[in-house]
Design a protein around this ligand. Structure first.
Ligand SMILES: *[C@@H]1O[C@H](CO)[C@@H](O)[C@H](O)[C@H]1NC(C)=O
Ligand SMILES: *[C@@H]1O[C@H](CO)[C@@H](O)[C@H](O)[C@H]1NC(C)=O
Ligand SMILES: *[C@@H]1O[C@H](CO)[C@@H](O)[C@H](O)[C@H]1NC(C)=O
Length: 523
């Protein structure tokens, strides 16, 4: 009896597993334009990649390695042992990349065209992209069309021919990780980067240090990492470089953050003179030139490793009372004719100048803009987090903005639902096209107070994927009613699980456990 029940329940699930049966397009995020047919193809076990007509030489082996990864996630450890006899076979993928440039600059062209034929022998899918990073997205799209056919024991791709034209809506599609509240080992960070590429996110915002710990070694000021939690919960600068290079090969930029002058208590473990006093330990001592020398040293070391156009200088939640109550700072303020808020502004602007001298544009949390927006360098990007409303003000002041409003896009808020992540619109209340362009995109934030290596992935996914579609797909193709994308997101969640990513069920809140026995697609 139990057996029969299970079989009945399984039947519709097998139907779901076909990649695109009945005109369904099970891609996440949804491409800008898709058309498909009704032919099934079988994917050659030794799928080949060619580059006929490409100007890109792949000197860094970005493409070759991406192709190997895609073949491996397509085959998903199934033994491909069936016969291809008399079946239509997809022999390979021809990748044409127009630009020889392989630098992952901000705003790099990530568009691609993908066509998969339904007939011919040999049969090649054709990818066309301006840069190799567009080609990586195209490979990811192909991988989502494939599935293992358990009857024939080979990989299948339905609904050919396919014609897909695709490009991101926003150039900045971020995910924040926080290695100060809990340390995250390097392999965990790499697995987060891999999982980001599955939903085409392209910026890993690395909130490296905070008041609780300083886990990274800085050559110019080696005592800073005395603020790490333990002898092993640290990153060397080579680890950081390894992470940056790993991410770049996957089309992901790494945005480094030092959150100053608040959120910096851990800096003083190694250099106590950075504290206002031993009993009043943050914000960093604004009156001490050494503070700015240390910031300069850190950013100098960063500039050799973190090549992204931007560095994040924090600037949020600054409680200046230690400045007002510590005698030597108090008299410095009087000498310089500054009150506490003047000193906060002085600190932020001086730190911005240091970052600019190292070639960076700056991102600051929104309090800096809210308090003294007109004094910020024009290169500042305002990072919204406190709620809705500041993005409109920032872009009407002519500054760029990244949207992360905490009520919808904070992953540590376990009661923030995937539906809320999906429906959060970065351009809400911004109608002027010139101002819309100043919204670089958005970012979901995985603050680390209550997550670590044991549960980070299930807290990030699938909710981050819901935001990823909002940031990638043209607005007119986004669901107006989220219930229309539930099945497609559920399938993507299962795909993440199949690829070894511990994405949580959709039902309920963040990081929820499955409620009862049943298919992955129905949780
Ligand atoms: C994709 O095809 C369209 C239409 O032919 C063309 O305008 C566009 O430049 C192509 N994009 C790429 C990345 O090759
Ligand atoms: C601080 O001083 C500035 C003028 O330098 C003034 O505009 C501002 O209102 C003062 N802020 C406070 C909190 O007193
Ligand atoms: C969304 O669609 C579902 C199912 O069709 C429907 O029950 C629900 O009322 C819709 N919600 C809104 C806000 O229109």
């Amino acid at each position: 009896m139990a057996m029969a029940m299970r079989l009945i329940l399984l039947l519709p699930v097998i139907g779901c597993a076909t990649a695109a049966g009945g005109g369904r397009v099970d891609l996440w995020p949804m491409p800008a334009s898709v058309s498909s047919g009704d032919k099934a193809l079988y994917v050659a076990k030794d799928l080949k990649m060619s580059a006929v007509g490409s100007k890109y030489a792949d000197g860094k082996t970005i493409l070759v390695e991406a192709f190997q990864r895609i073949v491996s996630v397509i085959q998903m450890d199934h033994a491909i042992v069936g016969s291809y006899d008399r079946l239509p076979v997809l022999t390979g993928v021809n990748v044409v990349v127009h630009s020889p440039d392989d630098e992952l600059k901000f705003g790099v062209d990530e568009s691609y065209n993908l066509s998969i034929p339904a007939t011919g022998s040999p049969m090649y899918a054709q990818i066309e992209a301006q840069t190799v990073f567009g080609a990586l997205h195209a490979l990811e799209t192909i991988s989502q069309l494939c599935y293992f056919d358990f009857v024939l024991s080979i990989t299948r791709l339905d609904s050919a021919p396919w014609t897909i034209m695709d490009m991101p809506r926003f150039p900045y599609r971020g995910l924040l990780i926080d290695t100060a509240r809990h340390y995250l080992p390097v392999p965990v960070i790499k697995s987060v980067i891999d999982s980001m590429t599955y939903s085409k996110l392209n910026v890993l915002h690395w909130h490296i240090v905070d008041e609780q710990s300083f886990p990274i070694e800085i050559h110019s000021y080696p005592e800073l990492s005395n603020g790490a939690y333990s002898y092993s919960e640290k990153y060397t600068i080579s680890d950081a470089l390894d992470i940056v290079q790993y991410a770049e090969k996957r089309g992901v930029n790494v945005l480094a953050e030092i959150d100053i002058p608040g959120h910096a208590r851990s800096w003083g473990v190694g250099y106590p003179s950075l504290w206002p006093s031993a009993s009043c330990q943050q914000p960093l001592d604004v009156s001490n030139d050494f503070t700015f020398k240390v910031i300069d040293g850190i950013l100098s070391d960063f500039s050799k490793v973190f090549k992204f156009k931007f560095v994040h200088l924090g600037g949020d939640e600054v409680d200046t009372s230690c400045w007002a109550t510590t005698p030597h700072i108090k008299s410095w303020l009087v000498q310089h004719g500054m009150n506490e808020s003047d000193a906060y502004r002085y600190f932020v602007v001086r730190a911005q100048k240091i970052a600019i001298s190292h070639g960076y544009d700056i991102i600051n949390w929104e309090e800096t803009f809210n308090n003294f927006g007109d004094k910020l360098d024009r290169k500042t990007v305002v990072h919204n987090w406190l709620g809705r409303g500041v993005a409109e003000k920032a872009v009407s002041a002519g500054l760029r903005c990244i949207v992360s409003n905490a009520d919808k896009w904070y992953l540590d808020h376990l009661d923030a639902t995937w539906e809320g992540f999906y429906m959060n619109e970065p351009l809400a209340n911004i109608y002027n096209p010139e101002q819309q362009k100043l919204i670089l995109g958005g970012e979901v934030c995985m603050w680390g107070e209550r997550i670590d290596a044991s549960d980070i992935q299930q807290t990030i996914w699938p909710r981050a994927a819901a935001a990823a579609e909002r940031l990638w797909t043209p607005v007119e193709k986004l669901a107006k009613n989220v219930t229309t994308v539930t099945a497609r997101l559920a399938r993507f969640r299962c795909l993440l699980n199949e690829r070894g990513v511990a994405a949580a069920p959709l039902a309920g809140y963040g990081r929820a456990a499955p409620l009862e026995p049943g298919s992955c697609m129905r949780q």
